[in-house]
Unconditional design. Sequence first.
Length: 196
Amino acid sequence: MHISRIDLLNHTFSRAMRGYDPIEVDAVIKEAAMAIGALSEERNALEARAEQLEAQLAEHRGREATLRDTLMTTQRVTADLKAAAQKEAHLILEAAHAKAESLLNQCSQRLSRIQDDIATAQRVRTQVYMQVRASLEQNLALLNMTFVDGEDAEKSGQPVAQASQAKQQPAQSRQAARAQQDKAPPVRANVEAPEQ
């Protein structure tokens, strides 16, 4: 049975002989009504506070669920990004290795071609040197013969053109010209072999 403060104050008791003192009963009823009223107000405040706390608890539970979902989503996205980054890094490394190997092969081929070109240039230089040397030696021999013929012409009083006909004279005349050539200082060309 629920009795409020108003109900208790408005309740009337029947009168009987030798009953309680009405003044004391009224005073106790008033005190009880005041206590019941205070307890009722306190209960109402506690119920309101409980509803407020339940609402806050529900809100916090919702936030917790949202944070949990966000955390799980973040972890999943982080794992996906990490896997993608590792895969991309692996592909980049493979591409870099392939490019480096290709560049090394190209450099090796270019070096081989350069070495072949250097060897060819050295052979050509040696050939040109030999040809120039042979030509110089031939011209030097002709100059020495002309020098000897000129000296012979001066001694004999003949023109150089006639003395140069010593080539066509018999073998004894040519041997005499050779003897004269041995006495005269020969003209030499300083031709050195190219460095390899």
